[in-house]
Design a protein around this ligand. Structure first.
Ligand code: PMP
Length: 305
């Protein structure tokens, strides 16, 4: 998949044309996955471009690297300004995806990564619409388990961790479904390869605990807060495989996936094969919020222009 990248990228403090942003083949991150990344969306509502939950993304960006003492050599303010700046520099007036990342650079074959290891930071962006079919997708529980905190920190959003997502996605696609669902190390529901998961049971919203190795998703957090605002009860708790299959509704949440209904799992129909009422309500609220049409959540938006 070749991305329609915007002309300029931000690379270690400078805006440069994308074709000039190069790294040596000895870059540590290529060999060992020592990279940290964020996925951020910005939404164009015909008046302005709004970056969704920028502060939370920048916070997680820094925190992810701290698990491994990988240094982010720019302040939160500099990263924030660079993310806003990349939109301005490229004169973006379309909804887009923004990918900031930092990585261990030329550090030989050394596995002893310290805070003094050289790192670089880059940001690119591209226009982006729906990742998934918003009328509902099929999913399958894969045989690979979500890695647990017993082996690597689950809350570090790092390159290496995504091999688990990649192998899960390969299995799902091989089985002919749109998306994988992973169970945690003890067999409870964890999450999808790049999304958190919610189910509706007896009219209540349930989502796995972070102790089920789910990422502390920013969209997950948004849905929890929006549901509370709507007086819909939300519970974070262990969810069993059979509860998932018997759910009234299932949806995935993530920056790229936004709110995506799941209408079948392992060939079993969820609900009546259409997005359910709570799912539809959440999708509508989310759209209103990101398009700056929901005053009580306007503080989640950063206007670019
Ligand atoms: N889980 C994983 C493994 C992810 O990669 C993502 C995407 N960042 C999510 C959940 C959803 O997180 P967010 O809502 O912050 O995008």
């Amino acid at each position: 998949m070749k991305l329609p990248l915007s002309k300029y990228v931000w690379f270690d403090g400078k805006y440069i044309p994308v074709e000039k942003a190069k790294v040596p083949i000895t870059t540590h991150a290529i060999h060992y996955g020592t990279s940290i990344f964020e996925g951020i969306r910005a939404y164009w509502n015909e008046k302005n471009l709004f970056i969704f939950r920028l502060e939370e993304h920048v916070e997680r960006f820094r925190r992810s690297g701290q698990f491994y003492n990988i240094s982010l050599n720019f302040s939160d303010e500099e990263i924030t300004n660079a993310i806003i700046g990349i939109c301005k520099k490229n004169k973006i007036k379309k909804s887009c995806y923004i990918r900031p990342f930092y990585f261990v650079g030329d550090y030989g074959i050394n596995l002893h990564v310290t805070k003094d290891a050289p790192t670089s930071v880059a940001i690119f962006s591209f226009p982006f619409g729906d990742l998934f079919n918003k009328n509902g997708i099929s999913a399958g529980i894969v045989s690979w388990r979500k890695f647990s905190d017993a082996s690597t920190p689950t809350q570090a959003k790092m390159g290496g961790n995504y091999l688990n997502s990649i192998i899960a996605t390969q299995e799902a696609k091989r089985n002919g479904v749109d998306e994988a669902i992973l169970l945690d190390h003890v067999g409870n529901v964890s999450e999808a390869p790049g999304e958190n998961i919610f189910i509706v049971k007896n009219g209540q919203l349930l989502t796995p605990l972070l102790t089920s190795s789910a990422l502390d998703g920013i969209t997950r957090d948004a849905i929890i807060k929006v549901a509370k605002d709507l007086d819909i009860e939300v519970l974070e708790r262990n969810i069993t495989r059979s509860e998932l299959l018997a759910a009234e509704e299932v949806f995935l949440t993530g920056t790229a996936a936004e709110i995506t209904p799941v209408t079948s799992i392992d060939s079993q129909i969820i609900g009546n094969k259409k997005p359910g009422d709570i799912t539809k309500k959440m999708m509508q609220e989310y759209t209103d919020i990101v398009m700056n049409q929901h005053d009580s959540f306007a503080h989640w938006l950063t206007a670019v222009y």
